[in-house]
Structure formats: C-alpha cells, structure tokens
Design a protein around this ligand. Structure first.
Ligand SMILES: [Zn+2]
Length: 235
C-alpha cells in the first residue's frame, strides 16, 4: 500500500510540471473532434435525499465532465416525468441510478462506491449505479464534502460508460482506489480526468452519435491496466 501511495504521489508531482512533450500533446488534443451534441443522462434517484445536495453533486459532476469537452444535460426521471423517461434509451443517452446501500458507519474497509454495466466485447455501457450511502460513509470518515464526493463518483462512472470499459487508470479520477488520505489532501489532479481519458470519452461520444472518429484522433490511446469490475473503493 505504501508503494502504491508513493507511486500516486510521484505521478501527481510529475503532472504538475508538464514537459514540452506534454504541452505538444495538449495542443494536439484540442484538435480532436468535439461532440456536436450534449450528453443526456437520465437520473433515477431512489432517495429520499436533500434535493440541494443532489443538485450540487450533479453540478460538480457536470463540471468535471465538461473539462473533457463534453457537456452534460441531467434529465430528472422521477415519477413526474414518465413521458420523457419511459421511452427507450437512445444510444446517445445514459442512465444513472442513485441508490441506497446502507453501511455500518464504523466500517473501515474497502467498498465500491458505484459500478457501471459495460457490455462485454462491444465496449458499450449505458447504466451506472452509485451507492449514495457509501459516499456519505466515506465522506464522513474523510471529512469530505458529500456533494463534491458524490459528484466525483458520478463523473467516474460516466467516464466508464463513455470510455466503454471497467478498467482503471493509474492516476486521475479514473484510478481504481480513492483513499481517505487522498480525499483529505484534495489534490486537484486526483479528481480530474486525464488528457487520455478525455480523448477516450470524446471518442466514445462520437461513436454513440454515429460521427466518424479518424484513427489520427486516437494517437494517444492509452494502454490501461486490466482490471475486471469496478473495484474503486476507499481504504
Ligand atoms: Zn471505476
């Protein structure tokens, strides 16, 4: 565990001092085709929970995803909107469930905060689930803002769905494990998508909308460590 933490800290420090190669890469990333339409996410909240907390969380998630040049529109799917939310989900839309999964407040082990269903073989996902009680549990133990942590969790799961894999990155928002120490440190680089994540997400968005994605646009497609399932958790 100590070795892993050291590695993450090293990665964070490196990202804080971009090299000339990084600058060149970043300038090229801006040339990647951008999705022409926003991403619509239907939100099914199994609450009850404070609406203001959920709204703040979704704003946080939208801001994180926006940094990947993807705009998000949240479509509340409560009982009040059956006409909109009962129709079949088109390929350009995602579904997010906010569910309750009670956890013992004194538990100090690891727990997944959410998961994303990815169809094997086709790298396509539509449904993400976030366990709000677990987010609250982790926030309480780390002193984190619940809405901010919930927003980061939602953004992480949307990342899985757009990228089309449950694999994790070694750094940034898409890393597998979020420690209490990292939450307390609150290093911005830990809670953003990496540049590679952004490219993969935009690629996923373009594929969903039927837009072409020339091979030249995936020049920096990352080789991700293989890891089955979404094991992101606190420890
Ligand atoms: Zn994950």
């Amino acid at each position: 565990m100590r070795y892993w933490l050291l590695w993450v800290m090293l990665a964070a420090s490196l990202s804080a001092w971009p090299s000339a190669a990084d600058a060149d890469r970043d300038s090229r990333i801006t040339t990647v085709a951008l999705p022409q339409a926003p991403l619509v996410v239907r939100v099914y909240d199994a609450g009850p929970r404070p609406p203001s907390m959920v709204q703040r969380a979704l704003r946080e998630a939208a801001q994180i995803v926006r940094e990947g040049s993807i705009e998000v529109i949240w479509e509340p799917c409560a009982r009040s909107n059956p006409a909109r939310c009962d129709r079949p989900l088109p390929s350009t839309e995602l579904a997010l469930r906010l569910v309750s999964m009670p956890v013992n407040a004194s538990y100090r082990g690891t727990l997944p905060l959410g998961n994303s269903l990815i169809a094997p073989g086709v790298q396509h996902g539509t449904l993400a689930t976030v366990y709000v009680d677990r987010v609250e549990w982790l926030a309480a133990q780390s002193g984190a803002d619940i809405a901010v942590l919930l927003g980061r969790t939602v953004a992480h799961e949307i990342g899985h769905l757009l990228i089309g894999t449950n694999h994790h990155a070694t750094g940034g928002l898409m890393r597998a494990r979020w420690s209490r120490e990292e939450l307390q440190r609150n290093n911005p680089a830990d809670w953003r998508f990496t540049a590679d994540d952004g490219v993969e997400m935009r690629r996923g968005m373009l594929a969903r909308s039927g837009q072409d994605t020339p091979d030249a646009l995936v020049w920096n497609r990352p080789s991700r460590p293989t890891r089955d399932g979404d094991e992101r958790a606190a420890y």
